[in-house]
Structures are given as structure tokens and as C-alpha cells.
Design a protein around this ligand. Structure first.
Ligand code: NAD
Length: 359
């Protein structure tokens, strides 16, 4: 199969981790007889430096015209003082909106080899952590009006949170469909005791539930969910929630699995052209030091193969190679533990490559 992948290396550790994922994709192409071509796309701080814009229109066009997009990470201290609309992260929000990817899928799964890296008690980890957060990605407060104005002589900041029935319904369907493919349990998370947008969210979810009688729907307030994720994560299978709640809960969920550097994500809309990226940021504190864990990006590439290119065997091969690498006792610094061998970002990529075999 021939596929054109738009590649955004971005800022900070972005170029280092993307490089490792490309090595893995190239080997997959060799092993399975595919042809992957890569189109470089500038986005984030590097695009601001080069083009004066975090995502110039022609860069977005390259992404929309590709078969899927692989992204490292964007942002960094250098661009902290850039005005709001020109910030690196705005490039990412515009990319998500421009690609129409309204559903962000983040697995929170503990690798048995890394159980010790979880900050949770062993008795909790032993019950298993394996759930998915389906997060609405292009609506809600992140996409509402943002302004700061002076009211009665005092600076006052306003951020608008809006959700339409239609926006809730389309992400709700992804939640129900995802639950159908797993244990048929869906937990809808909102703040309906306070927010109107959450009351509409809950109403739409329950309306949709009638179409999915095989799926058991439950509701949970977001503050309770934040507690339950650390108290009893085994209770969750699929969680569906709005943009900001999903942003926060998915970082919490990633932490209990050991390291933010291990978690991939997919973002999809109405087509198979998806956006695949690790859930972490550009980690400026370790950028350029060969310290980053590239596994979140490598597993994002595997998700791309599975969900956008229908290459399940190839995705399995990558996941098995990661597992074999962990079995062999190699760890990047973020997940290092006693008795293991500490390796850098590039060596991690090479070792995973050595374990990559045709399934
Ligand atoms: P971060 O995720 O970049 O880093 C948080 C901590 O985790 C740091 O200590 C970092 O060293 C560590 N870390 C992250 N990824 C790692 C990896 N692969 N391997 C090992 N350690 C890793 O979050 P932050 O520090 O809050 O943000 C840094 C920059 O990234 C900011 O400019 C922020 O806006 C941006 N950001 C970008 C994205 C994105 O591109 N999708 C997401 C979040 C934050």
C-alpha cells in the first residue's frame, strides 16, 4: 500500500522522538512491502520563527491532503510571550479544527513490565488499568471566545464555553461505538450539577443510549472522576467527555500508568485521515539531550497503521516490538528503575527496531 504521511516534527523533543517513529515506519514498509512517503510540515514555534505563523495555510493544506498526520510536539519557553493567536499551541488547535478531527482517543493502559513505575499502590495496580478516554477535541471552552478587558477599572478575563447538541451527539456516538468494541460499558463525565453545557451533554448521552441498548451507560461528575481514576481505575473501560475535562483527566490517567512518555493518541473525524501524536508536550527541559522517551510517538505511529490504514498486523508488530524491548530490561530515564538498563532516545528507537519482526 502507498501512503502519504504528513510529518510535523515541531519543537523541543519533537524532532528526536519523530525520528525514532520514522525509523520504525520505514522498517514496517520494508517488512510488509508498503511505501510510505513523508511530507514535512512546519508547525508550532519553528513555524513562527520561519514563517511568522504557527500554522501557515499551505502547511494545513499539506496535512488535510495527506493520508494521515504524525506529530511530535510543539511549544516552548521561547514563544511564551508571543501574542495569543500566534502562540505555538494555536497552530495545534487550528490543525485539529482544520482537519475536522473532533474525537481524541487516549488509551490509559499499564504495561505489566512498568507496574512499578505507577505512583499508585500495588494493590490498586494489580486490579488492572486499561481504559480509553474519548475526548471531544474541537469544541467547548478551548474554542470559545477568549478576551481580557477592563471592567470597573479591574482586568477581567472571559472564556466562553459552548456545546451544541450536534457536537455532543457526534462525540457521544464515538464513545458508544468504542464501548461496543470493548466491554460495553461507557462512563459519561460532565459537571451537570453546575454547568448548562453539561446538562445538555447528559441529556444527549441518555437520548443516544436508546440506540445502543447493548452498552451500559453511567454518569459521573468530573471532580468525582478525577478521584476515582486514582482510587479505583479498574472500574473504567471507556470514558467520554468534553474537551477541557478530557484534557485534564487524560493527563491524570497517563500518570497512573507510569509515564507520560509512553502514551499515544489518535484524533479522528469523519474521514480516515487522522492526527496521531503522543500525549505529552515538547518537554523543553530535556530537549536535545537524547533523554526523551520516544515510545508514545512510536505507538502513535502504530495507531495510525491500525485506525487509518487498516494495517492491524503491522500495528501489532510494533506493539510487540515495544513489549519485547521492555521485557529485555531497557528503559529511558523517565521510566528507569533498579536493575534495568538506561538508554537514550535514539538507542531506544534502535532497540525497538531490532525487535521488530513480521507477525
Ligand atoms: P510536557 O509534557 O512537555 O512535559 C512535562 C514533563 O514530562 C517534563 O518534565 C518532561 O521532561 C516530561 N516528559 C514529557 N514528555 C516526555 C518524554 N517523551 N520522555 C520523557 N519525559 C517526558 O509538558 P509541559 O512542560 O507542561 O509543556 C512544555 C511545552 O509543551 C509547553 O510549551 C506546552 O504548551 C507544550 N505542550 C504541547 C503539547 C502538544 O504539542 N501536543 C501538549 C502539551 C504541552
Amino acid at each position: 500500500m502507498n501512503k502519504n504521511i504528513a510529518v510535523i516534527r515541531g519543537d523541543g523533543i519533537g524532532p528526536e522522538i519523530v525520528e525514532q517513529a520514522l525509523k520504525v515506519l520505514n522498517r514496517i514498509a520494508e517488512l510488509y512491502g508498503h511505501s510510505f512517503t513523508y511530507t514535512d510540515v512546519d508547525m508550532g514555534g519553528c513555524a513562527i520563527d520561519k514563517w511568522g505563523d504557527p500554522l501557515p495555510a499551505e502547511m494545513l493544506k499539506k496535512c488535510v491532503e495527506s493520508d494521515s498526520v504524525l506529530l511530535g510536539a510543539v511549544g516552548g519557553d521561547k514563544w511564551n510571550d508571543v501574542p495569543g493567536p500566534m502562540r505555538p499551541e494555536k497552530g495545534l488547535l487550528r490543525l485539529r479544527a482544520g482537519m475536522g478531527v473532533y474525537s481524541n482517543n487516549r488509551p490509559a493502559k499499564i504495561w505489566p513490565q512498568l507496574a512499578d513505575a505507577s505512583p499508585l499502590k500495588k494493590s490498586i495496580v494489580d486490579q488492572g488499568i486499561d481504559f480509553i478516554i474519548v475526548r471531544e477535541l474541537i469544541g467547548g471552552i478551548y474554542f470559545g471566545e477568549h478576551k481580557t478587558e477592563v471592567v470597573d477599572g479591574k482586568a477581567t478575563a472571559i472564556d466562553i464555553l459552548t456545546y451544541s447538541e450536534e457536537e455532543i451527539e457526534r462525540i457521544g456516538r464515538i464513545g458508544f461505538e468504542t464501548a461496543r468494541k470493548r466491554s460495553k460499558k461507557l462512563c459519561s463525565v460532565e459537571k451537570s450539577n453546575v454547568l448548562d453545557s453539561s446538562r445538555l451533554w447528559k441529556k444527549v448521552m441518555h437520548h443516544l443510549a436508546a440506540e445502543y441498548p447493548d452498552v451500559e451507560l453511567s454518569d459521573m461528575l468530573v471532580d468525582n472522576c478525577a478521584m476515582q481514576i486514582v482510587k479505583n481505575p479498574a472500574q473504567f473501560d471507556v470514558v467520554v467527555t468534553e474537551n477541557m475535562f478530557g484534557d485534564i483527566l487524560s493527563d491524570e490517567a497517563s500518570m497512573i500508568t507510569g509515564s507520560i512518555g509512553m502514551i499515544p493518541s489518535s484524533s479522528l473525524g469523519a474521514t480516515t485521515c487522522g492526527l496521531y501524536e503522543p500525549i505529552h508536550g515538547s518537554a523543553p527541559d530535556i530537549a536535545g539531550k537524547d533523554l526523551a522517551n520516544p515510545i508514545g510517538t512510536i505507538l502513535s505511529a502504530a495507531m495510525m497503521l491500525r485506525y487509518s490504514f487498516d494495517m492491524a498486523k503491522e500495528a501489532d508488530a510494533i506493539e510487540n516490538a515495544v513489549s519485547a524491548y521492555l521485557d529485555a530490561g531497557y528503559r529511558t530515564a523517565d521510566i528507569m528503575s533498579e536493575g534495568m538498563t538506561c538508554v537514550g532516545c535514539a538507542a531506544c528507537g534502535d532497540l525497538i527496531l531490532q525487535n521488530l519482526k513480521k507477525e
